[in-house]
Design a protein around this ligand. Structure first.
Ligand code: PLP
Length: 375
């Protein structure tokens, strides 16, 4: 059997005519930037996230960066980010001129450990960017408490967690602003780059929209030195076609995760932890959307062996992420060395992501489980 790490084919087959119609709608209107599709998507997506406003932007990195800029964060400021995340979280901070300050994750959930945030706060700290990594919400309650205590902005990095809930509420609705990516491989993906921010603050939404549109509040009138970062009409149209299917497709990912949890029985494999049930008043618990199903091995050598073993059986895997941010060449200037963030380093060395995508068949999931159990 040949099982890729990710495939868009089952989803694209199913939504073929919806996607084609989306293209036709835009092409027949001959209107490509900032139009009816963006308006419809922004309304639908803000409603989906249970926030007042949504603004389409060019990609997820810009969604984070424009949010930071909207809070006037820049040179001399510090922003708390997880040491274990995709590099874009840190790059967004760097691009504003501010400095990313790394906080170690919880080894079980892979998400930022709220107990380690306070010791990193200085009088330069302006914001926290919790990341809902691999599709599981970060532990927002203590994070919001710390942010309140020190008067910090909270920018949720929701790039891997469209639709994930924390105590029954959707991610993106907790912080001052939620930043999303619609990179094709995300749970909700365009057919190219795309992104959005969601917020309850109208003035903030207006400012982010202006910042992504040459700093313009109305045509040829510029209040900020902005840049160009907008969601194309075509991508907004594709997202309008896909959004109605997001919950159902996330549910299917959940079934695959459940099968992995129940089926994988091998003392060499450490399964991903989920938060102890965080509930709201109605008893709704947190629900991950399984962007990635991240297992760990007991050592780096064992991870390499597992990867090779699965590859020989036709099973595609991936590593998220093989080099932690503090050891990346581009961040040499921050002066970190191996051993500075041991938990992020441990995850980098031992994490392996199993096949996870909409349309992965039961027999394929079973094949992956059987292979892992024989490792
Ligand atoms: C994908 C991703 C981003 C960046 O999104 P792009 O649309 O690729 O710019 C930011 N943060 C995280 C955690 C991501 O996974």
């Amino acid at each position: 059997m040949n099982i890729p790490f990710v495939s868009f084919t089952p989803m694209e087959k199913e939504l073929h005519s919806d996607i084609e119609n989306a293209f036709k709608r835009v092409f027949e209107r001959s209107w490509y930037i900032g139009g009816a599709e963006n308006e419809a998507f922004e309304e639908a997506f803000s409603e989906y996230c249970n926030t007042g406003y949504c603004v389409g932007v060019g990609n997820g990195l810009d969604a984070l960066m424009l949010s930071l800029k909207a809070f006037n964060i820049g040179e001399g400021d510090e922003v708390i980010v997880p040491s274990n995340t995709f590099i874009a979280t840190a790059l967004a901070v760097t691009y504003t001129g501010a400095t990313p300050v790394f906080v170690e994750p919880d080894i079980n959930t892979y998400n930022i450990n709220p107990n380690l945030i306070e010791e990193k706060i200085t009088d330069k700290t302006k914001a926290i960017i919790p990341v809902h990594l691999y599709g599981e919400a970060a532990d927002m309650k203590p994070i919001l408490k710390i942010a309140g205590k020190y008067n910090l902005k909270v920018i949720e990095d929701c790039a891997q967690a469209h639709g994930a809930t924390y105590g029954g509420e959707r991610v993106g609705s907790f912080g001052d602003v939620g930043a999303f990516s619609f990179y094709p491989g995300k749970n909700l993906g365009a057919l190219g780059d795309g992104g959005a921010i969601v917020t309850d603050d109208k003035a903030l939404a207006d400012k982010i929209r202006a910042l992504g549109n040459y700093g313009s509040d109305y045509k040829y009138h510029h209040i900020y030195k902005g840049n160009n970062s907008r969601l194309d009409e075509l991508h907004a149209a594709f997202l309008n076609a896909k959004l109605p299917h997001l919950d159902r497709m996330n549910e299917e990912r959940g079934k695959i995760a459940k099968a992995y949890y129940e089926g994988i029985k091998n003392s060499k494999i450490i399964l991903p932890g989920i938060h102890a049930s965080i509930t709201n008043a109605e008893g709704s618990v947190s629900k991950p959307v399984w962007h990635i199903y991240a297992v760990r091995t007991r050592s780096g050598a064992e991870r390499e062996a597992l990867e090779k073993y699965l590859s020989n059986k036709g099973i595609g895997t991936n590593k998220h992420y093989p080099i932690p941010i503090h050891l990346q060449e581009c961040y040499k200037d921050l002066g970190f060395k191996k051993g500075d963030f041991p938990i992020a380093e441990e995850i980098s060395a031992t994490e392996l992501s199993l096949p996870m995508y909409y349309g992965l068949k039961d027999e394929e999931v079973k094949y992956v489980i059987d292979a892992i159990n024989k490792f």
